[in-house]
Structures are given as C-alpha cells and as structure tokens.
Design a protein around this ligand. Structure first.
Ligand code: ITT
Length: 182
C-alpha cells in the first residue's frame, strides 16, 4: 500500500515524505484533475482527490494538496489563484506589490484531501508570517518571501519548515487521523 500523491509539485512530495514515511510510502502521480473554480481550497482539493481516485483505478488511496498565499493587505490575494500568479507575474513582483503596503502580514493555507473507497476527508493547515524581500535557496514557490520567526521558509530545511508550516500542520492532522482509523 502506498499513498498516491497527485501533484506536479515535487516540493510538496518532499514535505509529505518527510512526514508520512512511518505510515506508508508516498508515490508522486501526475494526473490533471479538474480544478473547480472556487474560493474554497477545501472544495478544490476534495473534488480533485475524489475525481483522481475514481479515474485512476486501483484501490490505493489518493492525496491532493491545494495551497495558497493570502496577503492580508491585498484582501487575501492571490489566495486560490496563487499558482497562476506565480506563473505569470512571479514571486518577486508579488513581493514588490506587497512591499508598498504598511501591513506585510500574510498566511499560507493548505488543504490536504484524502480519498479512498470509503470516502473523502480534508485536513487544513495555516501559518501566519511576514512578507520580506526574497532570501534563501530552499523550499519552493513563495517560500523566499515568507518569513516566520526571523527566517524565510526558503532558509529552512524540509524538517524545519514542516515543523511550523501550513502543510506540516495539515500532514500532522492527517497522519493522526490515518493512524487512528479502524
Ligand atoms: P499541484 O496543483 O500540481 O499540486 P501547484 O504548485 O500548482 O501544484 P497549488 O495550486 O496548490 O500547487 O499551489 C499554489 C501556489 O502556491 C503555487 O504557486 C505554489 O508554488 C505555492 N505554494 C504552495 N505551497 C507552498 C509552500 O509550502 N511554500 C511556498 N509556496 C507554496
């Protein structure tokens, strides 16, 4: 048995492996599930996990992680559109936009959705931090501009990031639930 983690993002898989290694192996699977247009990460992730589980065949469980960066001063932008914004304007220009604001607070949020033959479950994680000029070579995505306790997430090891991150929190909740199932 393995978890099939449906994502094109290797950074997410690295973080999930670090957390779930004691439970099951994690296989990265490419499958282009429908990203329903919604302001709710939970709805997007749950829908994606269900569809992937049903379409991929086999009874191995599926994981989907839908995440975003929510900038307080920009009313939560880019939020559910974070991937699109990273691909288009990019992290550096998002930082420049945020740097014009006095309030530099932001949150990373993620929803991890799990689907198997019994149904779909979602697990949420959030972390609040401060946006800063890019620093660090690790992590991925918006990590270089997201500072927590004096360090950007790109300056942390996978383990350090997992210990405080949105994804780490969702993974911890999921791992606890999974280990306690009948
Ligand atoms: P999949 O949908 O294939 O899983 P993705 O990278 O498109 O991969 P999301 O839509 O969930 O995933 O990601 C939204 C954006 O937020 C995207 O630009 C990511 O790089 C970024 N992101 C997600 N988690 C992050 C994290 O832990 N640190 C920094 N950026 C993150």
């Amino acid at each position: 048995m393995a978890f099939r983690f449906v994502t094109g993002n290797e950074g997410k898989v690295r973080e999930a492996r670090d957390y779930l290694a004691d439970l099951e192996p994690v296989d990265q699977i490419d499958y282009d599930y429908t990203e329903v247009q919604s302001d709710s990460l939970a709805e997007i992730a749950a829908h994606g996990a269900r569809e992937a589980f049903e379409e991929l065949g086999s009874d191995e469980p599926v994981l989907v992680d839908d995440a975003g960066l929510f900038v307080d001063a920009l009313e939560g932008f880019p939020g559910p559109y974070s991937a699109y914004v990273e691909d288009t304007v990019g992290v550096e220009r998002l930082w420049r936009l945020a740097s014009e604001e006095e309030n530099r607070r932001a949150r990373f949020k993620t929803v991890l959705a799990y689907a198997d033959e019994d149904g779909t479950e979602t697990f949420k994680g959030t972390v609040a931090g401060t946006l800063v000029a890019p620093r660090g070579e690790g992590g991925f995505g918006y990590d270089p501009i997201f500072e927590y306790n004096g360090q950007t997430m790109a300056e942390m090891s996978t383990e350090e990031k997992n210990a405080i991150s949105h994804r780490g929190r969702a993974l911890a909740e999921f791992a606890e639930w999974y280990a306690g199932r009948d």
